[in-house]
Design a protein around this ligand. Structure first.
Ligand code: HEC
Length: 130
């Protein structure tokens, strides 16, 4: 017997697709908690602000051009540090969000990423993502 799609499946799909803070890929910048800064984290922030913030937002809150990093999708267990070295060099195909592809970041170096990653992890930690 074929009954088509069971109503419960439609309800579940609706829940998964409904836009909300969780699904939008950005966060209210005012809700972001800041980590205790150290000289090393300040260097990371400087590099992040120069190379990533135009899309990923100040303090990692996201913009209309790129997702927030303060989301469990970017938890170290899901996007390990390796992803943070690859994406800026090779770019990333849109697959989690509707922002479009991430283009390679021009002129980015491993030395800069090495400073940026601990800064992003510190922001995540301060916001309960670790
Ligand atoms: C021009 C805009 C833009 C800039 C600049 C940018 N990103 Fe992205 N980034 C994006 C978008 C859009 C995505 C989301 C792709 C998707 O839908 O999953 C993304 C995704 C990522 C991801 C996840 C990749 C994956 O494997 O899923 C990482 C890691 C990342 N960015 C790191 C960085 C870092 C680090 C910088 C700065 C050095 C940076 N990005 C600069 C737009 C940008």
């Amino acid at each position: 017997m074929i009954h088509g799609i069971p109503p419960v499946a439609l309800v579940l799909a609706g829940l998964l697709l409904s836009p909300g803070a969780e699904a939008s890929g950005t966060r209210d910048p005012a809700s972001v908690k800041l980590p205790a800064m150290t000289p090393a984290l300040n260097l990371g922030k400087m590099n992040y602000d120069a190379k990533c913030a135009s899309c990923h937002g100040r303090n990692g809150a996201g913009t209309d051009k790129g997702p927030t990093f303060l989301h469990r999708v970017y938890h170290p267990g899901h996007h390990g540090d390796g992803a943070f070295y690859l994406a800026p060099k090779r770019g990333a195909r849109a697959h989690h969000w509707p922002f479009g592809d991430m283009p390679p970041v021009e002129g980015i170096t491993d030395a800069q990423i090495e400073k940026i990653v601990p800064y992003i992890r510190a922001l995540q930690k301060a916001n309960g993502i670790f």
